[in-house]
Design a protein around this ligand. Structure first.
Ligand code: BTN
Length: 237
């Protein structure tokens, strides 16, 4: 394991622990949380068993895969992480949007995914693990070609990682209202109509916890990504 200290504007500081291979950087961070510090970054050049949401497989080849361990932050990572990615990619002239809850789209295809896991001890929140996978030059399986895409121009994984951490640093220093405003700018779903259980609903906002706020004109409902099928939301887009 190579430990790199990456001092970004001195504070906060991310410590990057780089591995040639791990099963999953999220699993490593969760299992070793007691020995890790706030904002430690676990970066694996290759993951053997990368996981996505709902225990889907994250296929690894030429990609950037890392996880950050965070102690408590005042803004939810469901808001911060997608925004850090969008900003970082924009600094490379790659313009992307946020597909709620955790996908980043380039040219309407997924170029990056985020897996956020919250660890508890009893009822006590211990830490969050924010896992990020970015397609650099992955070979896509035939069934993924229509949905997934690599970043253009064969980006350098380390450079992309540093840019994401730099943007995270900036976002962590911003106030909540500004961060929420920025998130809304890049959200694909805001202002769109979606169908939930046969009802047309308007996506009116995103909550500070990252819930989708929808309204049918009479009542507002807060949707958590774990509670609704995303196919339901995205079937007609
Ligand atoms: C998704 O698209 O459902 C989320 C994908 C998250 C993949 C990343 S790769 C680094 C980290 N380690 C994992 O096992 N998963 C996340």
């Amino acid at each position: 394991m190579l430990v790199k200290s990456c001092s970004l504007f001195n504070n906060p500081m991310f410590y990057i622990r780089r591995f040639d291979e791990l099963d999953s950087t999220n699993d490593y961070a969760k299992a070793n949380g007691a020995d890790l510090m706030d904002k430690d970054v676990i970066w694996a050049k290759h993951q053997r068993k990368g996981r996505g949401r709902f225990d889907r497989t994250w296929e690894s080849g030429e990609d950037l895969t890392f996880s950050i361990l965070f102690q408590k932050t005042s803004i939810s990572h469901a808001i911060l992480a997608p925004l850090a990615l969008v900003y970082a990619l924009s600094s490379l002239q790659v313009e992307t949007r946020i597909k709620w809850p955790n996908d980043i789209l380039y040219q309407n295809k997924k170029c990056a995914g985020i897996l956020i896991e919250r660890m508890y001890e009893g009822n006590h929140h211990r830490f969050d693990v924010v896992g990020i996978g970015v397609n650099i030059a992955n070979s896509m399986k035939a069934e993924l070609v229509d949905k997934a895409i690599n970043l253009p121009n064969q980006q350098d994984a380390e450079d992309v990682l540093f840019r994401i951490l730099r943007m995270y640093t900036i976002l962590l220093r911003m106030d909540k209202d500004s961060v929420m405003r920025e998130y809304r700018r890049y959200s694909m779903l805001l202002g769109k109509e979606i169908e939930i259980s046969g009802k047309r609903m308007l996506v009116s906002d995103i909550s500070e916890l990252g819930e989708l706020i929808v309204s049918d004109g009479t009542e507002e409902v807060y949707l958590r990504s774990e509670e609704i099928s995303l196919e339901q939301i995205y079937k007609d887009r």
